[in-house]
Ligand binder design. Structure first.
Ligand code: IVH
Length: 722
């Protein structure tokens, strides 16, 4: 059978449209119904625009349910539903273009999209001066307040634009929202606006939660949305929510001709409204007003990432009308992310679950896009080098996607500052356990190699128990997590101290809904641990989860050593490390003497020797002794066939296995290796034989192409006999 060709994997426009619609629907649900967005607004906008542009190019794939033709997501469960008197629409975004964007668009200025919007207004209204208002876009939760005969009848969220959640019980707790309007008042008034959590209140709330050990909110909008979703208004009353009006829905009362009359009405009724609201009559004034809002928005007590531009005259609004999802008379101008200067005071190193050392910048706290930033990830040494980040530097910080703090660049270095080295700053040791660290070939990240490192407990225990390691049946990720969480294990060797009672009582669930591991499972795990004690050395070496020490390297090491205890002082590894060997020829002779393959080169030898000689490694060996575990090699054969003349039948031969054989592949691999052969995953000119069973497609083809002999099991058996 032919391999699938590459081209069939490139999506067609139809595939992409379908995929984008699914993605956007999902993100809509996460954002509107669950208040748990997974992507930033900018990322969402990017997907949305890609879909819009594809749909414009391919009208044949029109779908009335496409997210581009809808307003939002479905309402959440648990609340009464309210049908909006007038649909709550969204507004079209226009974007400030970055220098890069301006370049790409071949436009002449960052405000190009805004200019286009205003030109459309001029064209549609057939006049040059179109009076508009410009105000900050509030980063909150859209709500509708309906007053009937001067009394708050209900408050509802936007929901899907047609129907929203009844949040009246929560909104009543917001003090700035009047429950009764002073007379004279319109008989029906539906006010639209945003509920938000003021920046300072947000910071204080997060502090409080942090100290109480509760999860913090990612940003003020999530905090406001999460609060409004509460079923208990008492909790809401304790949270400092605020409201600002910005629009009108249903209305019965004295006619309102302009936006200004609407603002005056709000003023007399005591309904808080968004400010500042700037006026502009020409394009130039619009651009000035937008720039002013961008300059001054940081002083506002709510988060904002844009300005809203609206046609002033209500009759003109009607004339302009709507597209399927938004009014033509309004646009939201999105600013590029806010950036601030601050000082990089320190770099701390965090150790992740897989042992990766991640540098994190500690900054003099600055308020960016509505929250205080005092830390930013620096990713790795390469990133630090690329940006030439040094201690004490003045740096420019922004929130990527308005959420994750990042250092954009260094503005100036502190006097006398030197380039930063992650390795030097931790003195070559893991900051969590003091174990040695190493950098894998081809990777930038430094990792802790200590398999007893507590920061990596779960990962290491999981790997230790995996099938190709010590095969501890019944001990998977959930059990490993629980053992670490409840303080029973910090390292894999702690497993050998567990007793049946502790294991049986282990709670795999939560405090509210506990789930006991149970006697039967406990007995199974203890039996597996007992059996592991006599497993061969190569499995133990692999089980330690040192990244450079994969299965093949572990087998190679166990071929060269009798026991685990021999490895730290191994003369063979020491030899491998010695770079004083005069010529490459001598080096090759040495490798050939022990028939050492690429699986254990100087880099791997270095990691292994460094680890076992280190304090952490010595400590691990001492623990092995304490536990009475002494893994022994089952394939010890330090001198090769060529060197001592007693050839194993498959020595020096490399096999590739394909198709279905009479025994499973791992077993076949073991058989070949026990007879001195090697097994590799892919066919190349260096392959000696391809062992082919039933089936076996592309590897067999490749062997034929390269002239590599193909064997069946019977032929292999006779090779081994001879
Ligand atoms: S006017 C027809 N003004 O942003 C909608 N909306 O992305 C006219 N928003 O649905 C809306 N601040 O919930 C307007 N100053 C402001 C706003 C604002 C935030 C929200 C609003 C709207 C959404 C559109």
């Amino acid at each position: 059978m032919a391999e699938p060709d590459l081209f069939s994997q490139i999506p067609t426009p139809h595939d992409r449209i379908r995929d984008l619609r699914i993605q956007l629907d999902r993100h809509n649900r996460l954002y509107y119904s669950q208040a748990e967005p997974e992507i930033s607004d900018a990322e969402y906008d990017r997907l949305f625009r890609e879909l819009e542009s594809l749909e414009a190019k391919h009208p044949e794939f029109h779908d009335p349910n496409s997210p581009t033709l809808r307003v939002g997501g479905a309402p959440i469960d648990g609340f009464q539903q309210i049908r909006h008197a007038v649909p709550m629409l969204s507004i079209d975004d226009v974007f400030e273009l970055s220098a890069e964007g301006v370049e790409k668009a071949k436009a002449t200025c960052p405000e190009q999209e805004l200019i286009d919007f205003y030109r459309r207004l001029q064209k549609n209204l057939k006049r040059d001066d179109v009076p508009v208002t410009i105000e900050p876009k509030i980063d909150g939760v859209a709500v509708s307040l309906l007053y009937r005969d001067g009394k708050l009848a209900y408050a509802a969220t936007r929901g899907d634009g047609q129907t929203g959640d009844d949040v009246t019980h929560n909104v009543r707790t917001i003090r700035s929202i009047p429950l009764k309007l002073p007379a004279p008042h319109p008989s029906l008034l539906e006010v639209r606006g945003e509920i938000f959590m003021p920046n300072e209140a947000f910071a204080a709330l997060n502090n409080e939660r942090d100290e109480a050990g509760l999860p913090t909110f990612a940003n003020p909008r999530n905090a406001a949305a999460g609060t409004l979703k509460q079923l208990d208004p008492k909790i809401v009353a304790k949270r400092p929510l605020a409201f600002l009006a910005h629009g009108l829905g249903a209305y019965e009362g004295p006619p309102l001709e302009t936006e200004h009359q609407f603002h005056d009405l709000l003023e007399t009724l005591g309904i808080p409204q968004n400010q500042p609201i700037l006026n502009a009559n020409h394009l130039g004034e619009v651009l000035d007003a937008v720039a002013r809002i961008n300059r001054e928005r940081h002083a506002l007590d709510y988060g904002t990432d844009g300005a809203v531009i609206k046609v002033l005259d209500r009759a003109e609004r009607e004339q302009l009308g709507f597209t399927s999802r938004a009014p033509r008379w309004a646009a939201a101008y999105k600013f590029l992310p806010e950036q601030k200067e601050t000082t990089l005071n320190n770099i701390i190193i965090q150790v992740g679950r897989t042992g990766v050392l991640t540098p994190v910048a500690e900054l003099t706290p600055v308020l960016i896009s509505g929250s205080t930033v005092s830390r930013a990830t620096l990713h790795n040494q390469d990133e630090i080098d690329r940006k030439d980040i040094r201690l004490g530097a003045t740096v420019l910080v922004e929130k990527a996607g308005e959420i994750i703090p990042a250092i954009v660049k260094v503005i100036r270095h502190a006097e006398g500052a030197v380039p930063y080295s992650l390795y030097d700053s931790v003195h070559g040791k893991c900051p969590s356990c003091g174990g040695p660290i190493s950098q894998e070939e081809g990777f930038v990240a430094w990792r802790c190699t200590n398999f007893q490192c507590p920061a990596q407990a779960v990962t290491h225990i999981k790997h230790f128990a995996s099938r190709k390691a010590l095969d501890l049946e019944g001990l998977g990720e959930i059990v490993a997590e629980a053992l670490v969480r409840h303080g029973h294990c910090q390292t894999p060797l702690d497993l050998f101290r567990l007793d049946e009672e502790t294991l049986a009582d282990l709670n795999l669930g939560t405090e509210e809904s506990p789930r006991r591991f149970g006697e039967k499972n406990a007995a199974k795990v203890l039996a597996a641990l007992e059996a592991a004690k006599s497993k061969p050395l190569h499995r133990w070496l692999y089980a330690m989860g040192i990244r450079q020490l994969g299965e093949s390297a572990a087998k190679e090491l166990s071929r060269l050593h009798r026991t685990l205890g021999e490895i730290p002082d191994s003369p063979i590894l020491a030899e491998l490390l010695r770079d004083t060997r005069p010529t490459a020829k001598k080096q090759n002779e040495f490798l050939a003497k022990y028939s050492i393959t690429g699986d254990v080169g100087p880099a791997v030898a270095e990691t292994i020797v460094t680890f076992f000689k280190s304090e952490a490694g010595q400590h691990a060996l001492a623990r092995f002794r304490e536990l009475g575990i002494d893994p022994v090699s089952d394939n010890y054969l330090p001198i090769t066939a060529e060197a001592d003349g007693s050839a194993l039948p498959l020595a020096g031969k490399t096999f590739v296995i394909t198709g279905t054989l009479s025994i499973d592949r791992d077993a076949m691999k073991e058989l070949i290796e026990s007879k001195g052969g090697k097994v590799s995953g892919s066919v190349s000119a260096k392959t000696s034989y391809v062992l082919a069973g039933e089936g076996g497609g592309s590897k067999r083809d490749k062997a034929e192409k390269l002239g590599v002999p193909i064997l069946d099991e019977a032929t292999l058996a006779s090779m081994i006999e001879s």
